[in-house]
Design a protein around this ligand. Sequence first.
Ligand SMILES: [Ca+2]
Ligand SMILES: [Ca+2]
Length: 127
Amino acid sequence: MKAMRLAAAAASVAIVGGFAIATNTAVAAPATCGSGYVCLYENDDYKGGGVFWNKRNAGQNLGGALGFNDSTNSWYNNSNVDAKWFYDANFQGTARCMNSYSSNHSMSLDDYDEASSEYMYGNQTTC
Ligand SMILES: [Ca+2]
Ligand SMILES: [Ca+2]
């Protein structure tokens, strides 16, 4: 996971020493992803419909009423805690980290349209 963390940090230029700093070169959070939220998007580059979650130490299934099962192509974690998304419902199956203040504007083809649940932690040490 270290490589993923470094890649994410390089992409967002938002993590320095574990806290976020604002710089001119930082990739700004999408307008749709408010401070404190983990945001999943239907399409690349934070476009399409989204699911926005800000409850710590809690998660949700993306199917059912949300209608977002196997839909996620990009995500933005605009919070100071780690989160994960899972291939299967109820936080099961392969898990992928969404480190605090990081993002992925285009997930790998393997991960495309796979997310079925997500969980937001209460710390920066889970991922
Ligand atoms: Ca999609
Ligand atoms: Ca799935």
